[in-house]
Design a protein around this ligand. Sequence first.
Ligand SMILES: Nc1nc2c(ncn2[C@@H]2O[C@H](COP(=O)(O)OP(=O)(O)OP(=O)(O)O)[C@@H](O)[C@H]2O)c(=O)[nH]1
Length: 202
Amino acid sequence: MRAKDQKKHRKKNSGPKAEKKKQQHLNPKAFAVQSTVRWLNPFTGMTQDLKTKKHPIPVVDGTPVEPPPIVVVVMGPPKVGRSTLIQCLIWNFTRQKLTEIRGPVTIMSGKKRRLTIIECGCDVNMMIDLAKVADLVLMLIDASFGFEMETFEFLNICQVHDFPKIMGVLTHLDSFKHNKQLKKTKKQLKHRFWKEVYPVGR
Ligand SMILES: Nc1nc2c(ncn2[C@@H]2O[C@H](COP(=O)(O)OP(=O)(O)OP(=O)(O)O)[C@@H](O)[C@H]2O)c(=O)[nH]1
């Protein structure tokens, strides 16, 4: 068969494929300038875009007027006197009595300074979370008993997560009958506390 006799390939004008091809050719220069008149029009064209770009954007200062509250974490083993200490702190700053502590308590400690006091339980997850956010940790130690597992656990966690400021607070000091014994225990606990905290603490 000769090439002349062969039928020429004809373009499809109907059917789904043809429709698709037609649609593809509808807007070949979608992002090009199609009309210079419209392009120069101050309300619809590029001029408006250029003007907007030139317009200075006001810089908003997002810094809060009042500083965020200082997070104070009160931690210690069970029955060491955490709730009692928090109640005393609240009474000291606000002259209000809080019988039950159910969560974080925020108090005004100055004209613009706020304190958020959080009681830390003996749960490890809670300790990890609070070690990350605490600005100051009040570490309660029962003087009549000495250091307990929870205290060391918390100190270890603090070493991993950016060590916060730590203050040791001795409780149950009134259980000592003799002054000499009290002084000796205080000294011992103080030395031990510094040994544990100082090498890594701020
Ligand atoms: N003698 C004496 N008793 C204290 C002292 N601090 C707290 N207590 C008593 O110890 C008991 C427990 O105190 P809480 O403040 O409830 O201790 P906590 O650590 O909050 O205890 P839990 O949350 O129940 O684990 C209470 O009866 C307090 O009165 C203290 O310095 N001396």
